[in-house]
Design a protein around this ligand. Structure first.
Ligand SMILES: Cc1ncc(COP(=O)(O)O)c(C=O)c1O
Length: 503
């Protein structure tokens, strides 16, 4: 009952018809102009800045002929200034950005030498505010750096195994309520290098369609057969499980050696939360294994930050492989795999990232230990639990106000990732630029990271955001998008409609 109640708190409202029409119209117009400009480039009337085949290669199959390349050249290039902005400070609740301008319509950029100071940071995954540089908080990290230095210069299996690595692993295991844990120096590699150690040829992976690229890479490297089910859709998953169990492997119809369901705790583009209890029930029913990536949910949800198992009151022992990263809620780097002792011992000797990759850097290890001790109250204070509650409060407040203002936002009420739908290509760029003018740094996301008609801005909340900061973001989001609507109406009445889309 609790699970379905949680899921009801998730919303993916469809765009109103006129917005959908305008969005496609906008794309249609810029696409037409794209073809026109490609034609002008082909006949030499417009300079082409992109890499091209040499004259002697002209009769080869073109290197650049897919839609993504057309999209990059003609659509993304117009709005490219809103991505990859160089940040030159800590990714705290406020941050500094290096100002840059383009003299050739975003083909290249030039730094002006000025810095945009103290912009509100709505883009970092600093959920609990542990990305901080307060010297008192970082005292133990500084001490460890003095003691061990920064690099380990060896793998865990050789001479890179330090006592603080073991201390961290015990702490993570007790935090998660599992038998054992192994930590790795990189979150991405935790997925991509461990999945191949767990499954291989003759195994089946059932993967959520919105899984992170590190999971996808791991699945591909494993050599297992991969089937993709619809995002968080239990009917789609069960259908595939049933089919897999009934029919077995293609041609031979032998049973699959293993079936592994791969999901995430919180999906970072949708702000949705996995339907964990239902998935656990399905995996038990069909005797499959479950791999849960908690990169965005560990520390960020659950009454004491223990992630989606705590949020749904699911026994961690029901999740066969628990994975998470330390890059987000812990303000550090690296990842972990947690579960039964046999599983972790097996990975210690078989995982490529245990055998061939350098061990986690000591100061990074200490940063995770200090953050986790703070969350667990083992530092003797209540700051950790205060931050968890603050994040939950900020999340509820921020989402509720945006809904009141009439915005379409995606995801679960408990998710600190808040996608706000902008739809129209012109609006995406205008929103990011105008917000930065008002000293608010936002992440905007469009195709190919989202479906073409679902471009959005994605706010990431932090316990370190103050109410005043959130109010400022609300106010500017509201006034700015309102202004955009007015200019759209004005454009329609003044028949400058076309130019609106071309900004
Ligand atoms: C779901 C998920 N898994 C794994 C990773 C990789 O983690 P890291 O950035 O710590 O290498 C990310 C990164 O964003 C992620 O979102």
């Amino acid at each position: 009952i609790f699970a379905s109640r949680q899921y009801q708190r998730e919303s993916f409202e469809q765009a109103p018809m006129y917005v959908a029409v305008m969005t496609y119209l906008g794309f249609g117009i810029v696409t037409l102009f794209g073809y026109l400009r490609d034609f002008l480039r082909a006949v030499g009337l417009e300079k082409c800045h992109l890499a091209q085949e040499r004259d002697e290669q002209k009769d080869f199959v073109p290197l650049y002929q897919d839609f993504e390349n057309f999209y990059t050249r003609n659509l993304y290039m117009r709005v490219r200034d809103n991505w990859n902005r160089p940040v030159c400070s800590l990714p705290g609740p406020v941050f500094d950005l290096m100002e840059r301008v383009s003299d050739d319509y975003n083909w290249t950029f030039r730094f002006t030498g000025r810095t945009i100071h103290n912009a509100i940071n709505m883009g970092s995954y600093n959920y609990l505010g542990f990305a901080e540089n307060n010297a008192d908080f970082l005292k133990t990290v500084a001490d460890i750096t003095h003691q061990y230095g920064v690099g380990v210069c060896s793998t865990r299996q050789e001479i890179g195994n330090l006592s603080i690595h073991e201390e961290l692993e015990e702490l993570v295991a007790s935090f998660l309520g599992v038998e054992s844990t192994m930590t790795f120096g990189m979150g991405f590699a935790t997925n991509s290098m461990n999945i191949p150690a767990l499954v291989g040829k003759g195994c089946l992976i059932l993967s959520d369609e919105l899984n992170h690229t590190s999971l996808i890479l791991g699945a591909r490297l494993s050599g297992a057969t991969i089937r993709v089910f619809k995002h968080n859709n239990m009917h789609s998953l069960e259908k595939m499980l049933r089919e897999a169990v009934c029919s077995g492997q293609p041609r031979t119809h032998r049973p699959w050696k293993k079936i592994l369901i791969m999901v995430e705790g919180i999906y970072s583009m949708e702000g949705s939360v996995v339907q964990l209890p239902e998935i656990v029930a399905l995996k038990k029913k069909y005797k499959a294994y479950l791999y849960l990536d908690e990169a965005h949910s560990i520390g960020a949800v659950g009454a004491s930050g223990r992630g989606v198992t705590e949020l749904f009151d699911v026994n961690p022992a029901d999740v066969d492989v628990m994975m998470g990263t330390f890059t987000k809620s812990f303000g550090a780097a690296g990842g972990y795999i947690a579960g039964k002792k046999e599983l972790v011992d097996y990975l210690r000797s078989h995982s490529h990232s245990a055998v061939y990759a350098s061990a986690m850097s000591p100061p990074v290890t200490e940063q995770i230990i200090r953050a986790m001790k703070c969350i667990l109250g083992k530092d003797g204070g209540r700051e950790g639990i205060r931050r968890i509650r603050q994040l939950a409060e900020n999340t509820r407040y921020f989402r509720a106000r945006l809904k009141e203002m009439g915005f379409i936002i995606y995801g679960n009420d408990d998710s600190p990732v808040v996608p706000i739908l902008l739809y129209m290509p012109g609006k995406v760029a205008a929103f990011a630029r105008e917000m930065l003018e008002r000293k608010i740094g936002v992440v905007v996301v469009g195709f190919p990271a989202t479906p073409i008609s679902e471009a959005r801005a994605r706010f990431c909340l932090s316990a370190a955001h103050t109410r005043a900061m959130l109010d400022q973001v609300h106010t500017h989001t509201h006034t700015h998008t309102h202004r955009l609507h007015c200019s759209l109406r004005k454009a329609v009445t003044e028949r400058t409609f076309f130019f609106f889309f071309l900004f």
